[in-house]
Design a protein around this ligand. Structure first.
Ligand code: HPA
Length: 274
């Protein structure tokens, strides 16, 4: 706990040694169902998280736990094939450590994807949602503790976390692909249990359209260090209590896999012009 700026610089150096001068422009975090996109990276260089100082590794199923550096749609990318979650027992600081590290390597943009439960009653499982904003009311935040001014200021602005220009780009690309794209607010819950029906009702009253267990820690840290962020969610299920049935991890994975083809074409289109 209490990483210092030099810790991030050291991790960056260890990665840079493997990259022969390659500088990533865009960091991409692949959520459930999208892991296959990492296999589409050209001239890939793989760097497993467990070979990088201070990195934690993935315990979630379908999350490989490595970076894939290379070209995707003509852009230099760093793909996180597998993300870290707080519910794996990691602190927010550990979960977000990779983002600051890759920022130091040169990446100025972040595409973050996830699967989430649908809170908005007018939408349905399988829909894609552009993240316009997020809610994290409770629990620790990733920027608590001593500020590292090399990354950003103590009291950083959160007005435009999800870059308006990138939101417009995603909406334009979705129209081009003739793909419906919802736009809404993602609310963070720490998990690993799904929410209770009462929590989902509360989330709806508060203005959330989707609930999930990722993305907010990394977006918070990436915004602090000045990255432009595009966030896209696949709504895999109606959130707890909306339907008179239980939720399961299998249902979530199945729906994520079903939406993966459309989801990845939208990301590829955005990547070209972001
Ligand atoms: N809640 C939280 N996270 C999720 C859900 C959900 O209903 N579905 C997929 N990820």
């Amino acid at each position: 706990m209490g990483f210092k700026y030099d810790d991030y610089v050291y991790s960056k150096k260890i990665i840079a040694r493997r990259l022969n001068g390659f500088v990533p422009e865009v960091l991409i975090t692949l959520g459930s169902g999208l892991g296959f996109m990492a296999d589409e990276v050209e001239d890939p260089v793989y760097v497993p998280y467990d070979e990088i100082p201070n990195f934690k590794t993935c315990t979630a199923p379908d999350h490989k736990g490595r970076f894939v550096f290379g070209k995707l749609c003509g852009r230099n990318v760093a793909v996180m094939q597998g993300r870290l979650h707080c519910y794996e027992g990691y602190t927010m600081e550990e979960v977000t450590y990779p983002y600051r590290t890759i920022r130091l390597l040169g990446a100025e943009k972040l595409i973050v994807t996830n699967a989430a439960g649908c809170v908005n009653m007018n939408w349905k499982p399988g829909d894609l949602m552009l993240i316009a904003d997020h809610i994290r009311l409770f629990g620790n935040g990733p920027l608590q503790g001593e500020n590292i001014p090399e990354f950003g200021p103590r009291f950083n602005d959160m007005t435009y976390v999800y870059t308006p220009r990138l939101q417009e780009l995603a909406e334009k690309k979705a129209r081009k692909l003739d793909m419906p794209l919802r736009k809404g607010v993602y609310m963070f819950f720490p998990g690993p249990n799904f929410e209770t029906p009462a929590e989902v009702r509360a989330a709806r009253v508060l203005g959330a359209d989707a609930v999930g267990m990722s993305t907010v820690p990394e977006a918070t840290v990436a915004a602090h260090c000045g990255m432009e962020i595009l966030g896209i969610t696949v709504l895999t299920n109606m959130a707890a209590g909306v339907l008179q049935q239980r939720l399961s991890g299998e249902e979530v994975n199945e729906a994520a896999n079903k939406a993966a083809a459309d989801f990845s074409s939208l990301i590829r289109e955005c990547l070209k012009d972001m």
